[in-house]
Design a protein around this ligand. Structure first.
Ligand code: PLP
Length: 459
């Protein structure tokens, strides 16, 4: 049997299994079943292979998570050794174990400010649920149970549990599985390129922060528990806010005694050239969620880093906090996260993103793609970027909604050895942090080729 036939047979077999039994997340399953899923078989460094033998440069680090790249033996060994020693024990019964205790300390060593107390969960969504419950409980302990409204932003992504979907600003998610969780308000997103009209970045930054103040005054400062935001919106299309935005938000939260929660699920662990996006953008959060890059995606684990103000109130309050998950601080996942942070430190990866590969990536992207007729705007920091595809560069006219330009472009990328994600008409990139300059060059060349193919498809 020729190599191609062998691959085809494997592909068909797994596509059939998948179509018969597997319901995929965020997917039109009927349409996928007709087409057949791409079957990913193995990976190394920044590359993935599918069952047809196609090699692809993973411009998305899996799903914004495989920060230290694929095939890291150190992480595999950490999991194996921990599973042999203690595969599982919980942290409910007044018990702890070494990986959870050590990881809590290790995370506290890299979080900014006084975010010294760590609560473990398994996914970004669970971390967000934890934040919602914890800040509301905090205000109850403070004798203000009515201070329970959370303010988030349109087009924010905070996960897919009922609470995460309710908090996020994705209208497509609100429509499904309704009703959601109550006590949530939303304000506009700081998307300068798409929504500022004639305003300068600075004017727009102030206007978007002012929207928070207006909302607080509308619902009453005494009723607002916290403002929640991603330092840079990721799944919303990589929206980098104007430089003055977060400082204004911070001032408003301080003025009305509103807790500030940073959702660092994408920005955390080096993505923006600091350990956390909050450090890059000058935010001082009271509480912070993290997941993905915490273990480079090798095992599911997430955490909430809690500042002294909230943690001390919880600790002093003589009552159980009735929240947690069977796998909170799972030993194997914690051991992998520990090994991952150790690896990040040994390889100076945060410095590499800040001072070497991040600036190189941002510059190379602009050099290669900024003049392309489809590219309206490129924004990003470190190793995360969003590219707006437009019909008319000069007038910033977007393609009509029924022409799914992002999907067309994403398909060309997949078929030409590059994984890039489409968010509506925005193409987003978030490659592994270990990517080299040569690999960035390859990524940009492939992207240019695929943008040319996309232009042809719509001309
Ligand atoms: C900012 C942010 N918060 C929360 C989540 C939810 O994480 P998970 O998919 O692990 O539940 C995501 C996922 O992409 C995210 O980007």
């Amino acid at each position: 049997m020729s190599q191609d036939k062998k691959y085809n047979a494997v592909t068909t077999e797994y596509q059939a299994l998948d179509a018969a039994h597997h319901l995929h997340p965020f997917t039109n399953t009927g349409a996928l079943n007709k087409k057949g899923a791409r079957v990913i078989t193995h990976a190394e460094g920044v590359y993935l292979w599918d069952s047809e033998g196609q090699k692809m440069l993973d411009g998305m680090a899996g799903l914004w998570c495989v920060n230290m790249g694929y095939g890291r033996k150190e992480l595999v060994e950490a999991a194996t050794q921990q599973m042999e020693k203690l595969a599982f024990y919980n942290t409910f019964f007044q018990t702890s174990h070494m990986p959870a205790a050590e990881l809590a300390q290790e995370i506290a060593s890299v979080t900014p400010g006084d975010l010294n107390h760590i609560f473990f969960a398994n996914s970004g969504s669970e971390a967000i649920d934890t934040i919602i419950r914890m800040v509301r409980q905090y205000w109850c302990i403070e004798g203000k149970p009515y201070k329970n409204i959370l303010i988030a932003r349109e087009n924010a992504y905070h996960g897919s549990t009922v609470a995460g979907a309710s908090l996020g600003g994705m209208s497509g998610m609100h429509k499904q599985g309704a009703p959601g969780v109550g006590g949530i308000e939303r304000i506009r997103q700081p998307y300068w390129y798409g929504e500022a009209g004639d305003m300068s970045e600075e004017e727009f930054g102030i206007a978007c922060a002012k929207a928070l103040e207006e909302k607080i005054l509308q619902v009453g400062p005494d009723n607002v528990a916290a403002f929640v935001g991603e330092p840079i919106q990721g799944a919303g299309g990589v929206i980098v806010p104007p430089a003055n935005y977060w400082a204004e938000i911070q001032k408003i939260c301080d003025k009305y005694d509103i807790l500030l929660a940073a959702d660092e699920v994408i920005c955390g662990f080096g993505r923006t050239g600091s350990w956390f996006g909050s450090q890059t953008l000058g935010i001082k959060p009271d509480i912070m969620s993290m997941a993905k890059g915490l273990s480079s995606g090798y095992l599911p684990i997430s955490a909430v880093a809690v500042g002294d103000r909230i943690a001390n109130a919880l600790i002093a309050h003589n009552e159980d906090f009735n929240h947690g998950f069977t796998y909170s601080g799972h030993p194997a996942a914690a051991a992998v996260a520990l090994a991952n942070i150790k690896l990040m430190k040994e390889e100076n990866i945060v410095d590499y993103v800040a001072n070497d590969i991040g600036p190189y990536f941002q510059q190379k992207l602009r050099e290669t793609l900024a003049d392309h007729p489809l590219v309206g705007h490129i924004e990003g920091i470190g190793l995360v970027a969003g590219i707006a595809l437009v019909k008319d560069k000069e007038t910033k006219e977007f393609f009509p909604g029924d022409l799914d330009i992002g999907y067309i472009c994403r398909e060309h990328c997949f078929n030409n050895g590059l994984i890039m994600r489409a968010v509506g008409s925005r193409m987003v990139l978030s490659p592994p942090l270990v990517i080299t300059r040569e690999e960035v060059d390859e990524l940009c060349e492939k992207a240019l080729h695929c943008f040319n193919l996309t232009l042809k498809s719509v001309s």
